[in-house]
Design a protein around this ligand. Sequence first.
Ligand SMILES: [Zn+2]
Length: 149
Amino acid sequence: MAGQNEPSQRHDDISIPPEFTELIELRSTAIARKLGYPGRARFVIFGYAERGGEVFWKDGQTSGFGLGHWQFLLEKIEPLASRYGAELGGEGKTATHVLVVDRVRRLTYVTCRDCAASFLARIHGRPLPARKCLCDSGAQAGPALRERG
Ligand SMILES: [Zn+2]
C-alpha cells in the first residue's frame, strides 16, 4: 500500500561524468547540511555567489542560498578544491567551478559550472544548457589531480 513512485529512488543507474573529480577528503561528511541545504534531493550543486557573498545551491527542482555558510565553503572546502585544480571563488578570485554533492553516497565532487548544470539537467530530464563547457576549452587549471606527497 505504500507509495511506489518515490522520486528519490530513480537515480540508481546514474553515472558520474568523467569531468567530475571527487574530493575524497570529504567522504562521509554531511557536506550538504554544512552548506545550508534544507531539501531532500540526492544531487545538489553548491557554489559561491560572488555578488551576494553567499553559498548558493541548486537541486534541479529548486534553488536557494545557504545563508551564513559561506565561511565553511571558503575556509574549509575552497583550499581543498584548489589542490584539485578547481576554483570555487572567494575574495579576489573568480569562481569557475562548483561542488556536486551526492547525498545518498555522501560523496562530494568538483566540476565546472556548466558540467554540473548539464548533469543536473540530464538527471531531471530537462534540455541541456547551451553554454560551452570550460572543461573543453582548456581553461581548467591543470593536472594537479594525482599529486600526493
Ligand atoms: Zn565542464
